[in-house]
Ligand binder design. Structure first.
Ligand code: F6R
Length: 605
């Protein structure tokens, strides 16, 4: 959470910082601020509550002339949303921005006698004071001392009054990437802010110090010894981080799904079979395990739920899915013979990262499915399978979900092959089925007007229920999450067979029920559940395959997806569920891409 950008170089810093913050706004949007060395080499600070646009208005760009500065967009953790709590924070000769949480800020406040001296309620300002108390003209030594006394997670970018043109960065857990480009030196919390300038970058290693000046970037270990950065390259381009004519990133990202799916699947097919040799994943990983444990948060976890429902019956080994924030504080039943699959779009979600570290400490083999190249989870996992969705900017995940599913489906297929549960022919036909999902998704995207019309009823309701059986139940979980997070309609998913055990008490006249019925073997059961809610007055939106035979009058709205193999219906269904959420949010005049209280990349607990 919280977006960070720093720049030193020949160009106008204020403009670069503001543009970078706009690019990073999805990481947090309750306040924003910048600090920069002005033409007289004094540090100036401007911060505002609200979005980056409010900060931009407060900046007098005509009088700008700075070449070095730092900027921050905040997602509040410690302290409310106020100008004072916005970053950057100043203390003595130190100005800093921070992403993360300093857990021992209370102890530090006491130890450094800061009571009554703080201008804000933030843990970050405490860190600024602590750093200032260590500073005696040697930035690296002071930063080292700071890292020795703060506990928690942090990505700091720091300027010192007496070091014009210089920015220092240090991190633990929270991400920081940096690059030296033709336009100068840049540092940011995410790659998206660097893409306009370069595709080559490096990840600032934990407990290392990076120093940016207008003409170079230098990396040091915590003792101040120079270290060579490990340069990486990303194949994202500027277009992928822009709206390109779409009114919202979410709609654009929904449209990008068929392409993202192909990019994730096709390079991993060899002779008609799934092949992960280019990813460095050997079949022994799939052969030598007795169980699979998937760990993730939110949408990524729901992708795991779909994969579990698909894999377990085929592989005939236990496949478990656990919420990362639960897994990390449990004593999970995993060992050296467990394959732990970690799923994360950003590769930075703090609970998921902690879960990965825990799994490794139990000796389990870890395989990460990650979208952001070089992210912490990708680097720390034993194996990584990158999804190729390009940058996902909308806070509500769409294309990342589809490609996570595609990657998991391919892993399931390869495992089934390696473990003798699929013949070559079965594996090949499974892959062809997976590829059929691409035109099926395209068809649903082309018919998006249908969902636009169906939300008219939904947007006036306080609640909505999603239900399904088997794989359809797993899809419902994601449908409910998508709707609630961007439309603020309370939404709940229910395994249709569970209805009678409680949830049906909430079904009354006009309550919207989105019923998913694409699984042939439970279709009849599902339809009788739909009848039960209809009998209680529900407004039923029914999703089935094209060929499904359904009594007239059962559904208020009936959407049919192309007739594809039951195992792959999640892909066109996902498009419908995403569009329902999108149009519901739009219909309520809400901020589709930046819903309240949320932020992309949850890098604090
Ligand atoms: C919901 C959403 C979140 C993320 C979750 C995990 O639309 O985007 O639920 O899926 O925060 O994020 P990653 O995949 O980055 O670990």
């Amino acid at each position: 959470m919280c977006g960070i950008i720093g720049y030193s170089g020949p160009l106008e810093a204020e403009t670069i910082l503001l543009d970078g913050l706009s690019q990073l706004e999805y990481r947090g949007y309750d306040s924003a601020g910048i600090a920069f060395f002005d033409t007289a080499s004094n540090i100036r600070l401007i911060k505002r509550t609200g979005k980056v646009a409010a900060l931009r208005e407060a900046c007098d760009l005509e009088k700008a002339g700075s070449h070095c500065g730092i900027g921050h967009t905040r997602w509040a953790t410690h302290g409310g949303v106020t100008d004072a709590n916005a970053h950057p924070h100043r203390a003595g000769r130190v100005t800093l921005i921070h992403n993360g949480i300093i857990e021992n800020y209370h102890d530090l406040t006491e130890k450094f006698g800061l009571e009554g001296r703080l201008a804000s309620q933030t843990d970050s300002e405490v860190a600024a004071h602590v750093l200032d108390s260590f500073y005696n003209g040697d930035p690296k030594a002071a930063i080292k001392s700071l890292t020795q006394c703060v506990e928690g997670s942090y990505g700091f970018c720091i300027m010192f009054d007496d070091r014009p043109g210089e920015i220092y960065g240090v991190r633990r857990v929270s991400p920081l990437v940096a690059a030296y480009t033709r336009s100068g030196a840049l540092i940011a919390s995410d790659l998206t802010a660097l893409i306009p300038y370069t595709r080559k970058y490096f990840v600032v290693p934990e407990d290392h110090i990076v120093k940016l000046t207008g003409y170079k970037i230098a990396l040091y270990d915590i003792n101040g010894n120079p270290v060579s950065p490990q340069i990486m390259e990303v194949n994202w381009n500027m277009d992928s981080a822009m709206k390109n004519g779409f009114p919202h990133f979410m709609l654009k990202e929904i449209h990008e799904q068929p392409e993202a799916l192909k990019n994730t699947i096709l390079p991993r097919i060899s002779k008609g079979l799934p092949d992960f040799s280019d990813d460095g994943i050997d079949d022994s990983l799939f052969a030598e395990c007795d169980r699979i444990h998937m760990v993730a948060c939110g949408t990524a976890m729901y992708a795991g739920m779909v994969a579990r429902a698909l894999m377990e019956p085929v592989l005939r080994i236990p496949v478990t899915v656990t919420i990362a924030s639960e897994f990390r504080y449990a004593d999970p039943l995993i060992d050296q013979r467990t394959l732990v699959i970690i799923i994360s779009q950003s590769g930075e979600t703090i609970d998921t990262l902690a879960a990965l570290r825990l799994a490794k400490s139990y000796g389990s083999k870890t395989l990460a499915i990650v979208n952001v190249k070089g992210s912490t989870i990708a680097r720390e996992s034993d194996f990584v399978l990158y999804t190729h969705a390009g940058p996902e900017i909308a806070v509500a995940s769409t294309k990342a979900y589809s490609v996570q599913l595609a990657a998991l489906y391919m892993i399931g297929c390869r495992m089934a092959l390696v473990r003798g549960k699929f013949t070559d022919k079965e594996a090949s036909s499974f892959l062809l089925g997976l590829l059929d999902a691409v035109p099926a998704m395209e068809a649903m995207i082309a018919r998006k007007e249908e969902e636009k019309n169906l939300v008219t009823h939904l947007i006036n309701q306080p609640d909505a229920f999603f239900m399904g059986r088997g794989l359809d139940y797993a899809f419902s979980l994601e449908g409910a999450l998508k709707l609630k997070e961007i439309s603020y309609i309370h939404a709940e998913a229910c395994a249709a067979g569970e209805l009678k055990h409680g949830t049906i008490a909430l079904i009354a006249s006009n309550v919207p029920v989105i019923a998913i019925a694409t699984q042939e073997h439970v279709f009849a059961k599902m339809i009788s559940n739909v009848r039960e809610v209809k009998a209680r007055g529900a407004f039923v939106i029914l999703l089935t395959k094209e060929n499904a035979v359904v009594d007239g009058g059962l559904a208020d709205i009936h959407i049919r997806i192309p007739d594809i193999d039951d195992r792959f219906t999640v892909f066109p269904i996902a498009v419908i569920l995403q569009l329902i959420a999108y149009y519901a949010s739009l219909g309520k005049n809400l901020d589709v891409d930046q819903p309240r209280n949320l932020a992309k990349s949850v890098t604090v607990e």
